[in-house]
Write a protein that binds this ligand. Structure first.
Ligand code: TMP
Length: 195
């Protein structure tokens, strides 16, 4: 399963809380963060988040490269041994940020990513929705993408809402404005029949 949302939506905290809850139930859980989690992925992270300005396609290709490594080296082996995988960002991040907000085109980015991950899509995606001004206040030291401006963040937010309408059977959209512990309970409630 994956967690998605704009920067500052609280998805990393929620992914960790869910991981902890499942581990406490005795489940074997892997939590991944994108981009990252492999040597190539960490280098891509530095390049895309702290590097120079680049074209939207270059950005899409770099995130896809990091994802290819993560899926092949970390996610597939974990799934093969029967573990549950929780991903803090996955393909939907590229669809929202590069495909829609940066204008590469959602179909192009989806096609690229489906090749890269060899069709591996999440069973369920939790999309945390939060007013972009509030999300902006929650972000600490911003990276290159987080500095892209309020207008860009509004486009990302709108992009995620568009994806939720497009994939209603997979994406569970949840209002993320409540306190973390309460939100974590709500997420588990909404996922109970699905994980
Ligand atoms: P993070 O703050 O959740 O670690 O994500 C890093 C940044 O990278 C965030 O601003 C979203 C962006 N991003 C994309 O633009 N496309 C992607 O495919 C991924 C995984 C992240």
């Amino acid at each position: 399963m994956t967690f998605e949302g704009v920067d500052g939506s609280g998805k990393s905290t929620q992914a960790e809380l869910l991981r902890d809850a499942l581990v406490a139930e005795g489940r074997d859980v892997l939590l991944t963060r994108e981009p990252g989690g492999t040597e190539v992925g960490e280098r891509v992270r530095e390049l895309v988040l702290d590097g120079p300005e680049m074209t939207p396609w270059a950005e899409a290709a770099l995130f896809a490269a990091a994802r290819a490594e993560l899926v092949a080296r970390v996610v597939r082996p974990a799934l093969d041994r029967g573990a549950d995988v929780i991903a803090d960002r996955y393909v939907d991040s590229s669809l929202a940020y590069q495909g829609i907000a940066r204008g590469v085109g959602v179909e192009h980015v989806l096609e690229l990513n489906l090749h890269v991950v060899q069709g591996l899509m999440p069973d369920v995606t939790v999309l945390l929705l939060l007013d972009t001004a509030e999300a902006g206040r929650r972000v600490g030291a911003p990276d290159r993408l987080e500095r892209a401006g309020a207008d860009f963040h509004r486009r990302v937010d709108a992009a995620y809402r568009e994806l939720a309408e497009r994939f209603p059977e997979r994406i569970v959209a949840i209002d993320a404005s409540r306190p973390a512990a309460e939100l974590s309970e709500l997420i588990r409630e909404r996922l109970r029949s699905r994980i």
